[in-house]
Design a protein around this ligand. Structure first.
Ligand code: NAD
Length: 258
């Protein structure tokens, strides 16, 4: 068991990367706190873990809300005694997020509040808990779009993920001597609800696939495996990284023909 005796809190645990990570962590022995705003799906994640013999609890938490973030960390410590791993993963991609000229200020604010402030608030309340546990690992979900420019604009989303990377570096350096590691996960385009609701035709999918050397979208469970590495002792000397799991997209200049 790679996470035996560990307590892990995962935001966005009702769906996609978050859900797969909850299930994998539980299989690896972690006690899992699932935090999300989608209560029904969050409870389904917990039910799946229970039916596999694991330990898990659900808490409703909007990561853009300070009180909710404080409560989710308190809930982890009260329910399972401590907190060792914090996966700040919840995020949105707004359908009206476009180029700078047409994107509304409200779309910018909402995106930044969830994707960037949500990570800040998770860390604000989570770091003292990790310190009380003697250290731990934080993983923040960024994106490959924080590393590359895209001609399909989503200005608020891109900026929010850039903020996640910058925050991750600073947090890693500031807390390195407290045995708290902080890394960012940079997924490539994935076959999850978040992206597939926009790539709803074969033509739109193919337009994206042209840029991915592996010629396919990633799967949420492939991200979960990367997060497991960053959460576990196997990555004990890894901090402040942009951990890229993207099918080669950021390495490519020209991708291979079919
Ligand atoms: P998803 O939509 O399947 O899951 C996101 C989860 O976050 C949902 O359960 C949703 O209810 C929850 N959520 C949304 N707003 C919330 C809030 N305010 N508070 C708490 N929970 C909230 O998406 P996913 O693909 O699993 O995305 C997870 C993370 O990965 C996001 O940060 C996303 O930006 C990032 N990401 C996704 C892709 C991709 O292609 N899917 C690529 C790069 C990065």
């Amino acid at each position: 068991m790679r996470l035996g005796n560990k307590v892990a809190l995962i935001t966005g645990g009702s769906s996609g990367i978050g859900r797969e990570t909850c299930l994998l962590f539980a299989n690896e022995g972690a006690k899992v706190v699932v935090a999300d705003v989608n209560d029904e799906a969050g409870n389904e994640t917990v039910d799946s873990i229970h039916s596999g013999g694991g330990m898990a609890t659900y808490i409703h938490a909007d990561v853009s809300n300070s009180d909710d973030c404080k409560s989710m960390i308190d809930h982890a410590e009260k329910t399972f005694g401590s907190l060792n791993i914090l996966f700040n993963n919840a995020g949105i991609m707004h359908s009206a997020d476009d180029n700078a000229e047409v994107t509304d200020g409200d779309v910018w604010d909402l995106t930044m509040n969830i994707n960037a402030k949500g990570v800040f608030l998770g860390c604000k309340y989570g770091i003292p808990a990790l310190r009380r546990a003697g250290g731990g690992s934080i993983i923040n979900t960024a994106s490959f779009v924080a590393l590359l420019g895209a001609a399909t604009p989503q200005i608020a989303y891109t900026a929010s993920k850039g903020a996640v990377l910058a925050m991750t570096r600073e947090l890693a350096v500031v807390h390195a001597r407290e045995n708290i590691r902080v890394n960012a996960l940079c997924p490539g385009p994935l076959k999850t609800e978040l992206l597939m609701k926009f790539l709803d035709t074969e033509e739109k999918k193919q337009r994206r696939l042209v840029h991915i050397p592996m010629g396919r979208f990633g799967e949420a469970h492939e991200m979960a495996k990367a997060v497991l590495y960053l959460a576990s002792e196997e990555s004990s000397f890894v901090t402040g990284t942009e951990f890229v799991v993207d099918g080669g997209i950021t390495a490519a200049y020209v991708t291979p023909e079919k």
